[in-house]
Design a protein around this ligand. Structure first.
Ligand code: HEM
Ligand code: FES
Length: 376
């Protein structure tokens, strides 16, 4: 009997006795698979609704069964199913540590042999399972087409969180587990959040907001961490843009013309620390301006909502729908004359490729710009 499968919004029909995997492949879905016999677990998917036949799940570990994971290559559906690709946070892979290499900047490269094939792309992130609530994230530096071993780079500030067994000089063959891989770049721009019109009234129909923003941007423009981002941008414009954007978020009225945070900040490397720093400055300003704590929480909630669309460790291209627009705002250029990088002040030699920020005219050396990622 044919059954209807909803794969991430794509509707397809299975043929009689056909597995979900075969139906997906027949429909042109780039589904991962290897053995097609229930052994390798490469084809793993999650069932969001519908019945998972026993044969499609019994070989999976219990925690994955509880999360309704199943093997599409062993699944001849018995009714309609809604299914999706595995969620990276659910996927833990046992690995063997082969080598740890300490870098000059204090970061550490781990060379790892996973016990099963991990489907990844260079530049994605893995979390190192350490038994704690906060798992350090590591950027994948190996290329799956070229490299036998998986290699990941752990930033200097996260090395301690790796635990003793994975410190530089760790023993060859130590067991470890990784979670993921995760895409650092969200695949879709965040939509506007639900409005909170009452908040606008509490902000004196926006008058309090303007007062706060005026005081806030004076601090931003004098702040050694934040000011460099605003080079070449007038304070008045920054205030106006922020005001109308926040007004649109809070009231739901269409008053803002401009990019949402993802594209507005696509060229800025805003780390969690930089973002936290901005939010601390905002909190300080809101309190200095006598804003009520409840109003502060609701205001900053809107800003926090957009955090995943701004925080990143490499440049993102602009994105319109599914289209990535790589060369808007910045472009790779080969340097004619030696100069200094505008970010790290390190020397960049003639002939090296740098990232030119077109609006600001600033350049970033390869180390700061991580050019390889811009076109990922
Ligand atoms: C550390 C955090 C942030 C930094 C460094 C930053 C930096 C900037 C810079 C430099 C601009 C360009 C200003 C101009 O060209 O006039 C900008 C624009 C903007 N930012 Fe931020 N920003 C941060 C956080 C936020 C947050 C939390 C929001 C709101 C949720 C936000 C919303 C906007 C908007 C709406 C624009 C205007 C975009 C446009 O011109 O079309 N930013 N930001
Ligand atoms: S392809 Fe190997 S388990 Fe499904």
């Amino acid at each position: 009997m044919t059954q209807t499968i909803d794969y991430e919004g794509r509707i397809l029909e299975t043929r009689a006795t056909e597995t979900v995997l075969d139906a997906l492949l027949r429909s042109g879905v780039d589904a991962a698979f290897s053995c097609k016999g229930g052994s390798c677990h490469t084809c793993l998917m999650q069932c969001q609704s519908g019945t998972v036949p026993e044969a499609a799940r019994r070989s999976l570990p219990e925690h994955l069964q509880r999360l309704r994971y199943f093997l599409p290559c062993r699944c001849v559906p018995v009714g309609p199913m809604k299914v999706r690709a595995p969620q990276p946070g659910d996927l833990v892979t046992n690995c063997m540590l082969c080598e740890t290499v300490l870098q000059d900047d204090g970061s550490v490269i781990l060379l790892i042999e996973p016990a099963r094939t991990i489907r990844y792309r260079q530049g994605q992130a893995l979390q190192i399972v350490n038994g704690a609530a906060h798992e350090p994230r590591a950027r994948i530096t190996s290329d799956p087409e070229r490299d036998m071993l998986l290699s990941v780079q752990v930033a200097a500030q996260d090395v301690a969180a790796l635990g003793e067994a994975l410190q530089p000089g760790a023993e060859f063959g130590a067991d470890m587990q990784v979670r993921g891989p995760f895409d650092e770049r969200p695949s879709q721009e965040l939509p506007y959040p639900d409005p909170d019109p009452q908040l606008w009234t509490l902000l004196d129909e926006g008058r309090t907001m303007r007062r706060v923003l005026e005081a806030f941007y004076v601090k931003v423009y004098a702040d050694p961490v934040l000011a460099p981002f605003f080079e070449g941008a007038t304070m008045g414009r920054a205030i106006d843009k922020q005001f109308s954007f926040m007004k649109q978020c809070i009231t739901g009225e269409k008053v803002y013309m401009g990019d949402r945070p993802r594209n507005a900040h696509h060229w800025m490397i805003i780390t969690h620390e930089v973002f936290d720093h901005r939010q601390a400055l905002m909190l300080q300003t809101l309190r200095e301006q006598g804003v009520d704590e409840d109003v502060i929480a609701r205001w900053t909630g809107f800003e926090e909502y957009f955090r995943p669309d701004m925080v990143k460790s490499y440049f993102w291209p602009r994105q319109v729908g599914d289209q990535l627009i790589v060369n808007d705002g910045f472009s790779p250029e080969v340097l004619g004359e030696s100069t200094l990088c505008d970010h790290c002040q390190g020397e960049v030699m003639a002939g090296e490729t740098v990232l030119l920020h077109r609006r600001l005219g600033t350049i970033s050396c390869e180390r700061c710009a991580d050019l390889a990622q811009t076109v990922a």
